[in-house]
Design a protein around this ligand. Sequence first.
Ligand code: FES
Length: 206
Amino acid sequence: MAEKIDHGRRRLLTAATVGTGAIGVVFAAVPFLASWSPSARARALGAPVELDASKLEPGQMVVVAWRGQPIYVVRRTKDVIAHLGDHNELLADPNSDNSVQPDYIKATGAARARNPEYWVGLGVCTHLGCAPTSAPVRRGEFQVAGVDLGKDWPGGFYCACHGSKYDASGRVFKNVPAPKNLTIPPYALGKDLRIVVGVDDASQNA
Ligand code: FES
C-alpha cells in the first residue's frame, strides 16, 4: 500500500533543514557571503552553480540550489574521514552499486567524493524526498525529533520524515525506508577548493 505523504510536514522539515545548513554560514561566514552567490549565468535554469569551499569549517555544511534542488556541501572532520570504511556491514549499498553518482565518484569507494574532506551530494532523501538533516559529528550525542543517533553514530545525515539514516558519504543504512544512497551530482573541484556543481569534468580532482 502506498505510504501517505504529509506534504505540510515535509515542507516544514525541508525549510528547517535548509535553514539549519544556512545557520552555519550566517554565523561563520557573513563577511564572505557574497562569494557564495551564484553568478548571473548560474541563475539560469540548469546552469552550473559555483561556490568557494575554502572557508568552510570542519563539520560545517552549506546548502546551494542547483536545478531547483538542494545540494549539500559538507567539510568532513578528519575523524569522520578516517572511519568511513569501518561500518560497511551496517549499510545497504556500501559500494554504491545500486545508487546514483558519476563513475569518478563511485571509483572513490567509501569517500564518494573528489576530495575526501569535501562531500557534495543531493540533499533529497531517496525514500520520499524530504531533506535529511546533517548530523556530522562522529560519536556525538546528536538528537533530532527526539531521536538519539547513539554513541556509535559514524557521522552523516538523518531524515526525520520516516527515520532513514545515511553515513557521512550519503550511504544509506540497512533497515530504513530509503532504498538508495543519496545521489551525487556531477561536479568539478579544483585545488583552490572552488566547487562547480553541474560540470562533469573528471580531470579536476583536488
Ligand atoms: S522521506 Fe521518508 S525517510 Fe526520508
